[in-house]
Each structure stands twice: as C-alpha cells, then as structure tokens.
Design a protein around this ligand. Structure first.
Ligand code: ADP
Length: 673
C-alpha cells in the first residue's frame, strides 16, 4: 500500500479522501490555490502544497503543477477526486511519465468515455441498449437536421465532450432545431474545445438510475447495486438515494447486467459508474447514458448500504491488490439518502451566495447521519469553484427512516453567513410526492419557484433576532422607555414593547416589527403563540422559540457589526439589519400616550380600572389593566397630573386607538413639556 498520496482536489471530496487515507495509515498531501490557503482540506492533510492562483485553470486544472507537487512531496499516488482533472488524460499521462500511480481506471477506459459519441458506440457494440438517437461522424447541419426529424421531437442535443449537465439543449420542435444546434455547438466549443454533438430522443419523464462498479487489475469486476438520482435541477443532481425506490427487481437486474457488460468491454479496473435513464411512463428498459470513470459525488449512499469504503477500495486496487470481496459476498442493507448543500439561494432564482462564514458547526455524531463537508468555521465561499459545500447523508432500515435522518442532518448542520439550499432540500424530503416514482421533472413540477415560503420559520427568525438584539441592549438603555405607558401586572412581572425597523438583507425588504416582552419571554403581537427566550451558550447567543411546550426552533443569533445581525435555524441562515428609532419606540406599547391621554394600541378587554376622575396620579402609576392576547398589560399614567376622565369600565372591549383615560397634566409638567 502507498505510504503517501496526493489529493488533486479541494472541498468535501478532498476531506473525505483524507479521512479514509488516515484510517488506512496513509499520509496525505493537499494542494491548494491562493483562494484556498485557509481551507479545511489544507488544515486536515499532513502536508500541503500551493499550486497557483485562485482560478481553477491556474491551479486545480494544471496537471504539471500537480505532478510537481507530488514529486516534491514524495507522494506515490494521486487521487483526483471528481471534477477537475479526474477524467483528463493529461493527468494520467503525466503520472505515468513520473512513475506516480493514478488512482482511477486505465487510460483506455477513460479515453473511451471522454466522448459521448464513442461511449455510445461502444455500449451498442457490447449489446447495451442506448437512448435512440444519432451519433455518427457526419456532423453537417443538414444531416443532423434530417436525423433530428427522424428521431422526432422533443429531442436533446448533447455535446459529445460534455459533462456535469453542461452542453445540453432540448429542442421541442423542428423549427427550433437550427438555432439550438448553433447554440449547442458554440457552447461545446467554448466549454470543451470540441464541437461534435449527438442527438437523443428526449425522454419526457426520465428516472436517473446508475450502477456502481469496481474492478481490479486482476480481471475482477463487481457491481455495488444501483443508486437513483432523479431529483435534479437542470441536469444536475440534488438528492440521491440507494436503493432506487419503486424499482422492480427484474429492471434492477437488467441494470446490473448492462453495467457489468459495459465494465467488461472497458477492462474496467477502479471505481466507476454506469449511468442510465429509464422512461417512467413506458417500458422497463434502462437506456445507457454514459460511464463516469471516477468516484461520484453520491458514492456515500452506496457506502452506507453496502458497508464498503469506496475510497479504500480505489486505493487498494490502484496499489495492485485484488478486490476485497467477490460479487456474492457483497450484500446490501437498509436505505441511504444524500442531500447536496449548495451555496445558493433557490428562493432567488438560485443565485450564488458568497462570502466568509460567520459560524459553522456539524451536528453531534449520531447514528445514521453522515456529514461530508469541506467547510470549517473560517471558510470563505468564493466564486471560483463549484457551489457544493457539503453533503448530508442519512441511513436507516427503511426509506422513511433514511429520509428522517437526512432531514435531521440538514436541519442541524449549521452554516452561518452564506445562504444555502437547505430549506428547499427539507421541503423536498417532506413533499407527499417524494415517496412516489421520482422523475427528473420533480423540481420543475413541485418547486418551480424554489422553496415555498415558510411563514412560521421566518417568524421564528424574526422573533429570535429582535429578541437577541433587545437582550443585547445595555440594561439602562432607554429602548424600553415605552414602559411608562405599559406595564404588565400579571405575576410574570413587567412587560414592555419596543419597535424596530427590521430589514431582511437578502430579500431586501424592510418591515416594522414590534417586540413584546413579558418576564423573560419575548413575543410578537402578530403571532403571540410563539415565545422566545434568549440564552447564552458556548456558541454564542441561542434563542429558543416555542409554542406552548413545543420547541419550534433553536435559533443561533450573532451580532457582527453595527446594525448587522445573523440568524440561523433549521438549515437556514438569514441576514438582518436592525434599526431602532427611540422616538418611535416611546409610543410603542399596548397603550399609546398621545400627549396626556392614554389610548389602546392593542385591541383587548379592560380587566382592571384603578383610577377615577379627579384622582391625582404620578407618571408611571398604574391606571388600567388591559387583557389582550391572553396577557395582562398594565397601563400607567403617561404624565403626572389629575385624571380628567376615564372612558372605560371593567369588562369593556376596546379596539385599537380607543381613548382610555384623559389626564390633566400637573402645572410643572406642562411647563417643561
Ligand atoms: P452529463 O455528462 O452532462 O452529466 P448525461 O448524459 O449524464 O450528461 O445526462 C445528465 C442528465 O440529463 C441525466 O441524469 C438526465 O436527467 C438528463 N438526460 C440525459 N439524457 C436524456 C434524455 N435522452 N432524455 C431526457 N433526459 C436526459
């Protein structure tokens, strides 16, 4: 076995490879760009080598720099992870020249799968069924157009050299074809330097199924069953699972058989994945799509259900060992589900969310939840690389259990400062159709505009952040000055209200928020059933929001600078600006003192009348109790003076703005007013 390997990657996959290497007693060398000097993979590796500027083309895509780093650090092998150089012949060739072992399949296997045209031909020759289409050499627009008409519409134009969902165009009708072809070619040339395209019948309701293969250099090849990756956005996977839901055994057998046949013709000798689409509407024949000649992002769901560490197997076969198990020894148990956490805002057309984290914490280790992450508390999300930050994988005996665990993990993985797609993931997992047959149209059908607004969750954030802000005010700060018109006589103690202007920075909307306090509890008049309590924890300020005895959310709140506050709860990070206007707040209470008079600013019932006309009162003396929203609010005299008139009696129901008590101010009061 190798003593030291270099990992030609970054982020979660680099950290994940380091984990297995360490367990196997293998030292690791990280490489990093200028943007990643403080990254987690650098901190976790035994050694680290800088390889260039932030942009991937100046660092992670530079085979010669990676080889130099391997040579200078004495690494015997290079694990490429996924993406970057993982399927590039350049890196394999450079490895061979320098006597370094590439952790991946043989060159020929990678070369044959680098082009979708070649790989489809190879599949057909091996008797594997492909999506009907055109993949011949004649690339003239006229021929392509003729073939398109023969295939029928809708169809897909795919860049032969494409990958990661890039370079694909759907054509709905013949009259769109020429324009789409031109676009697809331009894109293919720009992104992959190869303008060849193939045409495929577009499967309207496709399920994405794939089979994990592992081979060694001694002629052994096994499959590790299937994964389903039908939850996709724009041809990119979002949630994956193993096994596939609602997949008849006979179809699964066809998949394994086709995948093994593909692996055999390729002489496959490391970990790889054969991808298929299955038409959910008709037929039970999986169509071959392509072979990915590397470790896939979603490999953990296979690991959790088979108990096999795929990175370990990759390293073993790369070192020349035989596969540790034979096909009949490989068993599958339970269900696993993976969610990809991306730095993006699905609620705003999936725009990227960048910047430094202000907090990061993984949930405590618990059975059935695995976190593969590239983040730590000092991470910064930069625009240079993929937006995927971490993966949460849940495992259980049943699909429902796996879904519950992955949900828990997504809710508890605390990524503060950048926004993620966590709330969308949580909503997908809870959608009633998620347990039906899934197709790649799921997101378009059920979440065309990103996640549905979750009013209660947002309210919990609002309440928590304003409560934390308020608790953060110095003890004698006059923000609660509105007290003089507002006392709670109930045994819980004093109560008050304060008004702030709260701006949701990401949504860029502002709203006036009134915060009420009763004893140690904070609440909002708009949702009095939610109660917040502010606690200090080792991680900073934590606000618990509950409804009765039920905890609704535990919100982590941070004040960064000036008016800027962050809140995080249930997988969701939000940014706020809180503005407090003292003058405004002085009138904020369940009673408003307009000049010398007291009127109700909340609708309620008069439950106590302490004064009558002619009484002398001092400012702050209790005059009435108003019962509103199940709480008793003590109303006190706004000024010192004589009660001119009491407009209410015990038991009266008053509306907002109802004049309650008129007071004739004492002479010295009037003079200084
Ligand atoms: P890439 O190499 O860019 O990942 P693939 O060929 O693997 O491209 O396809 C990616 C995704 O695109 C698939 O998972 C599937 O959702 C969709 N797709 C590919 N081919 C078809 C097709 N013929 N009809 C419908 N959807 C397809």
């Amino acid at each position: 076995m190798f003593q030291r390997i270099l990992i030609a990657n970054r982020g979660e996959i680099a950290c994940r490879i380091i984990r297995t290497a360490r367990r196997m007693g293998i030292e690791t060398v990280a490489v990093y760009s200028e943007a990643d000097a403080g990254a987690r993979h650098v901190a976790e590796a035994d050694f680290a080598v800088a390889i260039g500027a932030a942009s991937a083309s100046e660092s992670y895509l530079r085979a010669e720099r990676i080889i130099e780093a391997a040579v200078s650090s004495g690494a015997q092998a290079i694990h490429p992870g996924y993406g970057f150089l993982s399927e590039k012949l350049e890196l394999i060739d450079a490895c061979e020249q320098h006597g370094i072992q590439f952790v991946g399949p043989n060159r020929r296997a990678i070369a044959s799968m680098g082009s979708k045209i070649e790989s489809k031909r190879m599949a057909r020759a091996a008797g594997v069924v492909c999506v009907p289409g055109y993949d011949e050499d004649d690339q003239s627009p006229a021929r392509l157009r003729d073939e398109a008409v023969k295939i029928g519409f809708p169809l897909l134009i795919k860049a032969s050299a494409g990958g990661g969902g890039k370079g694909m165009r759907r054509v709905n009708a013949a009259d769109e074809f020429d324009a789409m072809l031109a676009l697809a070619r331009k894109e293919a040339l720009a992104s992959f330097g190869d303008e060849r395209v193939l045409l495929e019948k577009y499967i309207v309701n496709p399920r994405h199924l794939e089979v994990q293969l592992v081979g060694d250099r001694h002629g052994h090849l096994v499959h590790l069953f299937e994964r389903e990756c039908s939850i996709q956005r724009r041809f990119q996977k979002v949630i994956e699972e193993a096994p596939a839901n609602h997949l008849p055994t006979a179809v699964a057998e066809k998949l394994y058989e086709a995948a093994l046949r593909m692996g055999q013709v390729m002489g496959y000798d490391n970990a790889g994945t054969v991808e298929f689409v299955l038409d959910a509407d008709q037929g039970d024949t999986p169509y071959f799509l392509e072979v990915n000649t590397r470790l896939q992002v979603e490999h953990p769901v296979t690991e959790l259900t088979t108990g096999i560490d795929l990175v370990e197997w990759q390293l073993r076969v790369a070192a020349g060992e035989t596969l540790p198990l034979t096909q009949s020894q490989i068993k599958r148990n339970g269900w696993a589900m993976e969610c990809r956490l991306n730095a993006e805002e699905p609620e705003h057309d999936y725009r990227a969310s960048l910047g430094p984290l202000i907090g990061y914490a993984e949930p405590d280790k618990q059975a059935g939840v695995r976190i593969d992450s590239g983040l730590h508390a000092r991470s910064e999300v930069t625009p240079y690389y993929d937006s995927m930050l971490a993966k949460v994988i849940g495992f259980g005996a049943t699909r429902a259990e796996a879904a519950a665990r992955v949900r828990l993990g997504v809710e508890q993985l605390r990524i503060e400062g950048v926004r993620t797609n966590a709330s969308l993931l949580l909503q997908i997992l809870q959608h009633p159709e998620f347990s039906a047959v899934l197709t790649t149209r799921f997101l378009d059908q059920h979440f065309p505009n990103g996640p549905l607004p979750d009013v209660q969750q947002r309210q919990a954030h609002v309440l928590a952040v304003v409560a934390a802000w308020s608790a953060n005010q110095p003890v004698h700060n006059p923000v609660w000055g509105g007290l003089r018109g507002f006392r709670v006589t109930a045994p819980v103690g004093r109560g008050a209200a304060v008004d702030v202007q709260l701006r949701d920075v990401s949504a860029n909307d502002s709203a006036a928020v009134r915060l009420m306090q009763t004893g140690t509890a904070y609440w909002l008049p708009s949702q009095p059933e939610l109660q917040a309590r502010v606690l200090q924890s080792a991680h900073g300020v934590v606000v618990t929001v509950s409804e009765g005895n039920a905890l609704v959310a535990t919100v982590h709140v941070q004040h960064t600078a000036g008016q800027r506050w962050f809140s995080w709860a249930l997988g969701r990070s939000r940014v706020w600006d809180i503005e407090h206007d003292l003058a405004h707040s002085l009138n904020a209470s369940s009673a408003q003192s307009q000049g010398d008079n007291l009127s109700a600013s909340l609708p309620g019932r008069i439950s106590e009348v302490m004064v009558q006309a002619g009484d002398t009162v001092a400012a702050g003396d209790p005059v009435l109790t108003l019962e509103a929203m199940k709480l008793y609010h003590g109303l006190s005299a706004p000024v010192s003076g004589t009660v001119r008139q009491v407009h209410v009696k015990l038991g009266d129901i008053v509306g907002q703005g109802h004049l309650l008590v008129e007071i004739e101010p004492a002479a010295e009061n009037a003079a200084t007013a």
